[in-house]
Design a binder for this molecule. Structure first.
Ligand SMILES: O=C(O)CCC(=O)C(=O)O
Ligand SMILES: [Fe+2]
Length: 316
């Protein structure tokens, strides 16, 4: 079993037959494994390289400096998360990784901030302007890719093209940088514990180290071997729910890095406006296959999943 490859250029092609052929591949990937490589994304290699350098530079800063923007001081989950902060696998050890999260910077006087303070609000930025600038540039580029992809997914599901993308006005999409330092002892094999992602789709930029594994339906763990210039895309739980389990949100994990190895990855968690009502899309229900889930607000759903994985949120 391998992870399929989807060409974004074909998905947005003027040539109808090229587009339909790629849409069929996309549909199959979303239904069967929920993971695919996305190539020809239009994100320049220079920006990809800049992001990898940015991640290295950011995490190489002294802990004291990173802790000035500690995620524990952010009501809306922005900033730096130290090693051990997150435990994605509820049974095994905490993840051997450090993280940085940012999203749309919403001024405190926006009513959405008062209404949903744990999701909306300002970022906690690095004091290094180059880091801030690179992250902002990449956020815009990755968002553009996500909207093209969601449009293609809507078309593939025989919905209006803007069915998903219209739900991204004040969205809660998160850009994260992750550093997996070498594991402290041979027995600690958890870079990121086995989990599914919460949102619509995740676009992952990874370095060339490897370590990400995807759980196939037959129980086998498949390596998501890095491909230069490609993003690894996966379906999240919200999209699975939205499509009545037609598109699958698949478990994945990251092995901890070996001695001397540092791995960097940059996921972009594509998540719609908080108040998006997520109810079974019309083309995914029928008499034989009735809607399985109650409608839910996207933000409430994501929030409930967050609470399960972050220790420091338990007391809130
Ligand atoms: O670092 C990776 O390759 C994947 C990370 C991941 O799955 C996540 O943060 O949700
Ligand atoms: Fe993930």
């Amino acid at each position: 079993m391998s992870i399929p490859l989807i060409n974004l250029e074909n998905l947005i092609s003027e040539d109808l037959s090229a587009r339909q052929a790629e849409m069929a591949l996309l549909d199959k990937a979303c239904r069967e494994i929920g993971f695919f490589y996305l190539v020809n994304t239009g994100i320049p290699q220079s920006l990809i390289n800049k992001m990898m350098t940015t991640a290295k530079n950011f995490f190489a800063k002294p802990l004291e400096e990173k802790l000035k923007i500690d995620i524990k001081n952010s009501p809306n989950h922005r900033g730096y998360g130290g090693i051990g902060e997150e435990q994605l696998d509820e049974v095994n050890k905490a993840d051997w990784k450090e993280t940085f999260d940012m999203a749309l910077d919403i001024p405190s006087d926006n009513p959405l901030v008062a209404k949903y303070p744990s999701m909306y609000g300002p970022n906690q930025n690095s004091s290094d302007p180059e880091v801030v600038e690179a992250l902002q540039e990449y956020y815009v580029a990755a968002f553009e890719v996500s909207q093209k992809l969601l449009t293609a997914m809507a078309q593939t599901l025989k919905l209006e093209g803007d069915f998903f993308s219209k739900c991204f006005k004040t969205h809660v999409t998160v850009l994260r940088m992750i550093h997996y330092p070498p594991r402290p002892e041979q027995s600690h094999d958890n870079g990121a514990g086995a989990h599914t992602d919460y949102g619509c789709v995740t676009l992952l930029l990874q370095d060339q180290t490897g370590g990400l594994q995807v759980k196939h339906r037959n129980g086998e763990w498949v390596d998501a071997t890095p491909i230069e210039g490609a993003l690894v895309v996966n379906i999240g739980d919200l999209m699975q729910r939205w499509t009545n389990d037609q598109y699958v949100s698949t478990a994945h994990r990251v092995k901890a890095s070996d001695p001397g190895i540092h791995r960097y990855s940059i996921p972009f968690f594509v998540e719609p406006d908080y108040e998006t009502e997520v109810a079974c899309v019309p083309t995914c229900a029928s008499e034989e296959m009735p809607a399985k889930y109650e409608s839910v607000l996207a933000g409430d759903w994501i929030q409930s999943r967050f609470d399960a994985t972050y220790d420091y949120r338990d007391s809130e």
